[in-house]
Design a protein around this ligand. Structure first.
Ligand code: PMP
Length: 351
């Protein structure tokens, strides 16, 4: 091996879900929103002046930060924005998990967490979920270098009640606790309100799921101003212009249309509840999801085979070939029409 090769930072990267091309595909594999973004987004896109792109964007992303601060009733110094919540979470790992003590996150949760930890050389421990895939708050009471978990959890869809989140915070006054609320708008209750009482709480959310803007890459964090300042210091230490001009303009438009936002959420939640009933009828079992996906296992049909069969029929879901997960499929909630096609296929396949 050449010396320069020895000096390469070796990492095992995260594997994102497939993005297959094609009109006829039913894409239920990456928890995207099946509905388009708010109409104002489309209009602003059409009205956008390409000449503006000559200049750099506002490095402080003031317009978007201000709009999110107003929406959540917090100060502008309490909001941080990034290129999807992946960027916000990665920056949080780099900023807050620097003690040398192990960071704690569930053994079954967002599979990007161990990747960031390895990339940034952060030690970590992964307390096991209980038999029903629940997070046990007491597993997070021991000494640690920080805590991070999704709520609702992914890929299980289970929501941890805020009282339990608060218990974790009460036992962790000396480390930063990051609650990853990528799926919170689909029926959970956000921990944003708790940031008033817990200076060490950072709540992270995204425009990718509930606001139908996965393609734009917008994520944000809300927390005490000292946390936000620390995030910004790290951000300005590697890339000051993370948010591009179209994202800043279109992100604000998405937040403006509350009626459309609520309407879309209602539709997805109604489809999810209908899907639970149908899947149960077909012999599937699953944790009671409060997210825009269902993590389902069939008593007879092995998930790996079902995954392949669905794929051959142009229906894409997500399959994780890992211990404890290998008999489950994570199915994103699509439109009613898409879900009906899924159910029709499952019905004939399982016969
Ligand atoms: N957190 C969780 C739990 C997720 O499932 C995802 C989606 N892959 C993200 C964060 C990141 O989403 P985005 O970067 O699109 O905001």
């Amino acid at each position: 091996m050449k010396l320069w090769e020895e000096n390469i930072r070796r990492v095992v990267p995260y594997t994102p879900g497939e993005q297959p091309a094609g009109e006829s595909i039913i894409k239920l594999n990456t928890n995207e929103n099946p509905y388009p973004p708010a109409l104002g987004v489309k209009k602003a896109m059409q009205d956008m002046d390409a000449g503006r792109l000559r200049k750099y964007p506002d490095p402080a992303a003031q317009s978007l930060v201000g709009c999110l601060a107003d929406y959540y009733g917090v100060g502008q110094d309490q909001v941080f924005v990034g290129v999807g919540s992946d960027d916000v979470l990665a920056t949080a790992f780099l900023t807050f998990f620097h003690s040398g003590k192990p960071v704690l996150f569930p053994d079954i949760s967002y599979s990007f967490y161990p990747v960031w930890a390895d990339l940034f050389r952060i030690p970590y421990e992964t307390p096991a979920l209980d038999e029903s895939f629940g997070i046990r708050a007491e597993d997070y009471y021991k000494s640690n270098g920080g805590v991070v978990f999704p709520n609702p959890n992914a890929p299980t869809g289970l929501f941890l009640p805020l009282s339990q989140v608060e218990e974790i915070l009460r036992h962790n006054q000396d480390a930063v606790v990051v609650v990853d609320e990528a799926y919170i708008d689909f029926g959970g209750t956000s921990a944003v309100g708790l940031t008033r009482r817990y200076e060490n709480l950072l709540v992270v959310q995204t425009f990718s799921k509930s606001r139908s803007l996965a393609g734009l890459r917008i994520g944000f964090a809300i927390g005490h101003k000292d946390l936000i300042r620390a995030l910004n210091d790290v951000k300005y230490s590697y890339n000051s212009y993370t948010m591009n001009i179209p994202s800043l303009i279109l992100g604000v438009e998405a937040v403006k249309d509350e009626a459309y936002f609520c309407g879309t959420l209602e539709k997805i939640m109604a489809t999810r509840e209908r899907a639970k009933a149908r899947l149960k009828g077909l012999g599937f079992s699953f944790p009671d999801s409060q997210a825009n996906f269902i993590f389902a296992s069939h008593k007879q049909a092995p998930a790996g085979e079902l995954f392949q069969a669905l794929r051959e029929n142009q229906i894409y879901v997500r399959y994780f070939k890992q211990p404890r997960l290998e008999n489950y499929l994570r199915i994103t909630i699509g439109t009613d029409e898409e879900m009906d096609k899924l159910f029709a296929f499952l019905e004939s396949y399982l016969k």
